[in-house]
Design a protein. Sequence first.
Length: 266
Amino acid sequence: MSVLIAIPARYASSRYPGKPLAELKGATGQSLSLIERSWRAAREVDGVDRVIVATDDDRIRLACEAFGAEVVMTSSDCANGTERCAEAHDILGGGFDIVVNLQGDAPLTPHWFIEDLITGLQKAPKAEIATPVLRCDGETLSGFLNDRKAGRVGGTTAVFDANNQAMYFSKEVIPFTTREYDDQEETPVFHHVGVYAYRPLALAAYPSWPVGPLERLEGLEQLRFMENGRAVLCVEVHARGRQFWELNNPQDVPKIESMMAQMGLP
């Protein structure tokens, strides 16, 4: 199966304008942009035929071309990363069996998350979209709850049924629990990792579907699949001792830099 990884990147983020070009220092003190670190993460994935950055902004294009990335220029009308991936795949002429959307705000995404996601979609021929979920430990859950108390959007959480079909995704912390957990203790909360693997027909149809009230309220693009009757497969992935966090707010930069230093990432 041929696989494309597309990294959608836009400059005009309401929460963090210019986020793809934010600089992050690694363990060696080297500063690299968020989009370059995400591109490097994508290139570590086995079994991928092509990696592109999809953007509508020349500042991002120039930065990406400077470090050697292939860039596909898309319309500024794209409402989210899935629409941008759909347009980029169309511009490339299609032909891929699986399109992976690696959102450019998760430079700590391990390559095996994406490899397991691709394998999960390959093993589920009826599934049209798959996305990874990672069980939270007590420390991660505490961070999510603290973000919400401070009025910040932290990670997205997911609940799914016995067949791993998504029931809901939310920027609130779900399911609700009053228990306090030790830092390394497993919790019943699953962190939705912002990566998607699509079959091309479902991806091509996505921009034509109406935006439903849940997608509008939560601002979560995957809810459009669910609101239009399409099942979303949740693939559980495992950290293997690796720390994972997304860059959602400027306050996340020092946290991610600290994690990179601890993991020895350059």
